[in-house]
Design a protein around this ligand. Structure first.
Ligand code: GLN
Length: 455
């Protein structure tokens, strides 16, 4: 009830939610009854959680921020959502996002932007700005996001929250509306490292319904976070600072807080080593070919027949006319831009030059990371190059918007886990900055240990 009250009080200004569950309170009461009947429930039973609108929910509309799916209620729950319910968490509602998770500001939502609770004239990051804003405005204690190129970590950074992109394959993507299938991961957003760990424990693990799901016995991330919180030193931990992400042209206050965090790590006994990852210079370029290529293919299913919107041209028309009219009306500009980029990059004659080259760069980046992890146990960087920018500031300049992802994209290309956590406020504008920790694939527990020590 407290969270529903808070949503009622602030969400007309923040606009973190696209839909608030009508059943949340009844579901919470049911958990109370089960607990009163003596059932032993998990640590998070009864805790409300906001769900990014990219995840299918059987009892709430799922739009992925797009008009083409307006009002669509899926016939099943995404696996991470099903796991939440099984653990007794209470889905509170669906959070706003850039359309089909394309963007870094939530301004590309077809339902209007979300605003940053720290300053309502600024963006909450994207694409998962709704989840991060909900957590940071105390509308929800926990949220789920999805991170294809930073959509959990960058919103966490600019709203002073914690967000984790798990190892690729660590959390099931079944029922997560796909953006770029080789990059997408579902993960937690919260206000503390331990909260993310607890949520990650609930949603993680093998799912036979997702062919990319890792069949892995994961350690308890909550135990890792608790061990970190109790630790008095990080002695012997080798922390790699990636030369290419050590604040080249970043906002001064972001660099300053980053170097202070490095000092803190040193004070804790960690050893700072500089690592070189020369191909990171091409990460944004490679990503913005691979992502549109995969997205153009994934979005082909929105064909006016199977889901959501159908627009029939005046006077009727062929199946193709209906399909074209539907996609014309249903997709926003950024989605169309990426479909065009992707189909171009994949077309015969250009495939090797664009998509093929981008895949080669991706391999080189993976090798850079493999070499870096020989020298360091974790790698660190700022989570984002700047604090929250103003609404409208980058909307007309897609390149500026894309370049904002420079710090987060590499982890997705490499499939490794990354955590963003608060790094203090930038002195020049008083807005949150974020510290990013990356670990080798399957090393997610390390993030929680180090994150909780630093926190
Ligand atoms: N900003 C990135 C993009 O626009 C991130 C997307 C994401 O992680 N879903 O592609």
């Amino acid at each position: 009830q407290a969270h529903l009250d808070r949503i009622a009080a602030v969400d007309d200004r923040v606009h973190a939610f696209l839909h608030v569950s009508a059943d949340a309170l009844a579901n919470a009461k049911r958990i109370d009854e089960r607990r009163a009947a003596g059932e032993s429930l998990g640590e998070l039973a009864g805790v409300p959680v906001a769900v990014k609108d990219v995840l299918c929910t059987i009892d709430m509309p799922t739009t992925a921020g797009s008009k083409i799916l307006e009002g669509w209620v899926p016939p099943y729950d995404a696996t991470p959502v099903a796991k939440l319910r099984a653990a007794g968490l209470i889905p509170l509602g669906k959070t706003n996002m850039d359309e089909f998770a394309m963007g870094s500001s939530t301004e590309h939502s077809a339902y209007g932007p979300t605003r940053n609770p720290w300053d309502l004239d600024r963006i909450p990051g994207g694409s998962g700005g709704g989840s991060a804003a909900a957590v940071s405005a105390f509308e929800a204690p926990l949220a789920l996001g999805s991170d294809t190129g930073g959509s959990i970590r960058q919103p966490a950074s600019v709203t002073g929250s914690v967000g984790v992109k798990p190892t690729y394959g660590g959390v099931s993507r079944y029922g997560a509306i796909a953006l770029a299938s080789s990059l997408d991961q579902v993960g937690p957003v919260s206000r503390t490292v331990l909260d993310s760990a607890l949520l990650h424990d609930v949603i993680g693990g093998h799912d036979p319904r997702d062919s990319t799901s890792l069949n892995e016995q994961w350690p308890s991330f909550a135990a890792a976070a608790r061990a970190g919180a109790a630790a008095e030193s990080l002695k012997g931990l080798r922390v790699g600072v990636i030369k290419q992400l050590d604040s080249p042209g970043f906002q001064a206050g972001v660099s300053q807080r980053f170097h202070e965090a490095l000092q803190l790590l040193t004070d804790f006994g960690a050893e700072i080593v500089e690592v070189d990852a020369p191909h990171l210079e091409y990460a944004v370029e490679a990503y913005y070919l691979i992502l549109p290529a995969e997205a153009s293919s994934n979005l082909a299913k929105f064909d006016s027949v199977r889901f959501g919107l159908r627009v029939t041209p005046e006077g009727g028309g062929t199946v193709e006319d209906v399909m074209a009219a539907t996609r014309e009306a249903g997709f926003g500009d950024e989605v169309k831009r990426r479909i065009i980029l992707g189909t171009y990059a994949l077309s015969a004659g250009y495939y090797d030059a664009y998509y093929g080259s981008a895949q080669k760069v991706r391999t080189l980046i993976q090798r850079d990371f493999a070499a870096a992890f020989e020298k360091a146990d974790v790698l660190v960087s700022p989570s984002a190059p700047t604090t929250a920018f103003k609404l409208g500031e980058k909307l007309e300049d897609p390149m500026a918007m894309y370049l904002n992802d420079v710090t987060t994209i590499p982890a997705n290309l490499a499939g490794i886990p990354g955590m963003g956590l608060p790094m203090g406020l930038a002195p020049e504008d008083g807005l949150p900055t974020g510290f990013q920790i990356m670990a080798p694939a399957r090393g997610d527990a390390r993030l929680y240990e180090v994150g909780a020590t630093l926190e």
